[in-house]
Design a protein. Structure first.
Length: 90
């Protein structure tokens, strides 16, 4: 799992059927102090997150498939699974 910040939404007029009805977000990985860490990437939203929210993103394809119950047919690698209220990095 990765701690990320939502940068915004993505709109696609043509996409794989597995993405139908799902919100796509651009997320920026963060370090424990909240600073940007690496390149942003696209994640499917499963937590109703919005721009500016800190979120937990599952980035392991097998775990995502288990959550979405799509078997091997779900071409989704990154999934927002939770909104983070507070980070305590002691």
């Amino acid at each position: 799992m990765r701690l990320c910040r939502v940068l915004g939404n993505i709109t696609a007029s043509v996409k794989h059927p597995a993405y139908a009805g799902r919100t796509l977000l651009i997320v920026q990985p963060l370090d424990a102090a909240g600073a940007d860490l690496g390149d942003s990437f696209i994640a499917v939203d499963d937590a109703q997150a919005g721009p500016g929210d800190r979120v937990l993103v599952l980035t392991e394809g097998n775990g995502v498939r288990q959550i979405l119950k799509g078997g091997d047919q779900v071409p989704i690698r990154s999934l927002v699974v939770g909104i983070v209220d507070e980070v305590d990095a002691q």
